[in-house]
Design a protein around this ligand. Sequence first.
Ligand code: 5AD
Length: 358
Amino acid sequence: MIILDWGEYNKNMNIAEKFIRDENLTKEEFVELLQLAEADDDIRSRLTEEAVRLRRKYYGIDVYTRGLIEFTNYCRNDCYYCGIRKSNQNVKRYRLTKEEILACCESGYELGFRTFVLQGGEDLYFTDERMAGIVRSIRAGYPDCAITLSIGERSYESYRRLREAGADRYLLRHETANEELYCSLHPREMEFARRRQCLYYLKELGYQVGAGFMVGAPGQSQQDLAEDLVFLKELNPHMVGIGPFIPHHDTRYASEPAGSIERTVLLLSIVRILLPKVLLPATTALGTLDTSGREKGLAAGANVVMPNLSPVKIRRQYELYDNKICTEEEAAECRADLAVRVEKTGYRLVDGRGDAAL
Ligand code: 5AD
């Protein structure tokens, strides 16, 4: 009996060890890995240990920061899980002007931020011309900073113009690599294939690209997560944003359970091992669901935090999910609070662009 258990133990460890040895796993093997890791503390610890080892190897104890500027909450899309989806009549919509955006950059720069992330809903007001104008102004004013855009699906030509205007990076979560799940979370106008196409366009244009997904999205299975992992390996992005799903009261998923912190943290470790040099944020959603969520993320292999630089007066209106944290504090307070939190985990918040390790 004991011998059998030992054999079982070794077999279980084998799939984890195979993964750690940098062997590509199939979708079925990823399912097995997820199942075993969730059932077995030893396997989970082994994965965390390896994730932390790799994170330290490539990034030491540095944690990179990005200043997030949520510049519009208008959105033409109607993602069923998202609080700012177009059919939510209860959101007060806002747009920042170019001057307001530049003011966010200015205060962020003084605080040490060298990456600005312009994130917004898919707002048609921000045509290529307007968006390129904003990017050009930031580029001219802050030549030593990285400019990251996170403004959804656009045409190849649009991505090209924005790149030419000076954008360096682009975040576009793939949301899920399973077409059926994608279709259940989004209205028909949103095409699964187009989203992936956008990611490949962005790569082709030389952007540093970020993909990602929610953990615990309504209807998501371990098979779906395994497909996300296979897709991420294939896409090989510079960044991967992973946060738990959190219900928003004005959506059809209002009473669905939130994603699990443990599962999110496990996926962070797995993604760190899958793509060792990847930039991996400890997300705001993780910090919202659990007061020490971001610390748990850092302890699992994450190496980026993205505090908010948006003006406090509009913060609450960029509510993708309920109870989002940091809607009250000024950027300086957010950063100071984060610096303390990061240090308590044995890491160090650093200034600088924070490019991916070569
Ligand atoms: N819970 C967690 N994350 C969400 N997002 C949107 N809505 C939610 C939610 N309810 C994530 C999506 C999107 C990113 C900007 O925020 O993955 O890509």
